[in-house]
Each structure stands twice: as structure tokens, then as C-alpha cells.
Design a protein around this ligand. Sequence first.
Ligand code: NDP
Ligand code: 8X3
Length: 252
Amino acid sequence: MNKIALITGATSGIGEACAHLFAREQYNLVLTGRRLDRLEKLAKKLNTKYNIEVAVSSFDVRDREQVISNLEGLPEKWKKINVLVNNAGLSQGLDPIQNGNLDDWDTMIDTNIKGLLYVSKVVSNWMINNRFGHIINIGSIAGKEVYPNGNVYCATKAAVDALNKAMRIDLVQYGIKVTGIHPGAVETEFSEVRFKGDKERAKKVYDGFEPLVAADIAETIWFAVSRPAHVNINDMIVMPTAQAAATIINRK
Ligand code: NDP
Ligand code: 8X3
């Protein structure tokens, strides 16, 4: 019987790349995100290409009622989740603290921290009942070091780093693995979202060096997931070769 992975934020970037990789490895998938059209298209593609089963569940991770009702509403067979990839997240804006936009702050805190918590609460209880499971939390280099104007985004990812450690401590007694993956610059829709659709500004983030691509992170996640049962990867920081720290990039 195929194993099952639940991936949040599967409509784009790292989450979408994980969906492809886990499908290739013959996992059945629960794919989530707000953009249902993208989820349905991806599900069809993966089902045809890899002959796996895919369930899609479209909800906003910020809305706790939506998270609970959509996840708990899945048929029982989909609750035997082997791997949860807590990936849905975003940045909004890049301004000094005194100029920060309060709505942007709420969006980042509600998505990156509270959304991850709501999903984790539901799925960790399934994993406890099943007595197996592996939770992958997508943090960021931004959670390991603070950079100018990164303030609230960095704080949300530092919270993910703390929650990653906390989950490992609370869930160890049930044999559940917990891994934090912390990427540097990955070229996805991330910067376009951060700069609210300003494609030119987003493109400049990756000018003059070779950033990571989403598949690089999916492969890193797969490395952690494919270790033997007695091995857990606690934490990995993955950077482009040209990036030494959050703001130190060797641009040509
Ligand atoms: P993308 O913008 O390409 O993908 C983000 C995903 O998150 C989308 O699928 C989006 O789906 C989902 N998402 C965002 N908000 C919500 C919400 N409220 N409810 C449900 N889903 C949501 O960016 P990345 O792939 O780069 O980002 C994935 C993760 O990686 C994020 O947590 C990000 O912080 C982290 N990260 C990214 C780095 C980078 O340089 N790109 C580096 C380090 C970490 P939809 O809009 O359809 O809801
Ligand atoms: C995304 C990477 O450096 O833009 O988490 O914060 S960074």
C-alpha cells in the first residue's frame, strides 16, 4: 500500500515541487492551498503521470474553522498520514519596523505561525493514533538570522524554528519524527508575493547569482524522509552556493 504525504501550500514553489517528488516516490498525496484550480490541475497531472491517488483540500490556513473542517472532513483512509510537509507560508513587505504595515504583519503571523499550528494540531493527533508519522516544518534562513527590514517575517520563521524543536520534544514519546528545513534564497513566487505582484522588483532579488530552485528543497526534504526508521534529521540549513548568510550574496 502506498504511503501518504500531506503537503500544505502545494499550489506553487517548494510545495508543488514536493508534490512531484513524493508522487515520483509512489506516495499518495493530500494537496492543500487556497487556489483550487491549481490543486486540481496538479492532482490530475500527478495521477496520470505516476498512477497515484491524490486528494485535494482547498482552505486558508489562517482560518482555524476551515482548517479543522476540511482536514477532519477527509475520508478516514486519508488520515493515515506518513509525512506532513508544513510548507504554506509567505512574506509581505520589506520595511523597517517603524514603517511596517499592520495588515502585512497580521498576514505573516496568521499564516506562518498560526496556520502551521492549526494544521499540526489536527495531523499530529492522527499521527499519535497511528503511532507513526514525520512532520517537516519549512523554516528559513530568516528564522536563524535577522536581516534589515526582515523583522516580522524573520520573527515568524524564528517561531517556526522554536515550534520545530517543541514538536520534537512533545511527540518523541509517540515515535513521531520532526525535521526543520531552513532554505536560503529559492526562486519561486515568494518574492512576487512579498512585493505584492511587482515582478521587476521580485526578479532583482535573484539577479547576478544562481539561487536554489524548489526541487533542491524537495530533494532535501526527501533525504530526511527517506532515512531509516531509527534516524531523524533534526535540522538542515540549505543555501545557494553564492549565499553565505541572509544578506551576503556573491553577485556577479
Ligand atoms: P510560493 O509563494 O511559491 O508558495 C507559497 C505557498 O504557500 C503557495 O502554495 C500558497 O498557496 C501557500 N499559502 C500562502 N498563504 C496561504 C494561506 N493563507 N493558506 C493556504 N496556503 C497558503 O513560495 P515558496 O514555495 O518559496 O514558499 C514555501 C515556504 O518556503 C514558505 O513557508 C516560505 O516562507 C518558505 N521559504 C521560502 C524561501 C524562498 O526563498 N522562496 C526561503 C526560505 C523559506 P495559495 O496562494 O494557493 O494559498
Ligand atoms: C525566504 C528567504 O532571505 O528572503 O525565507 O528571508 S529570505
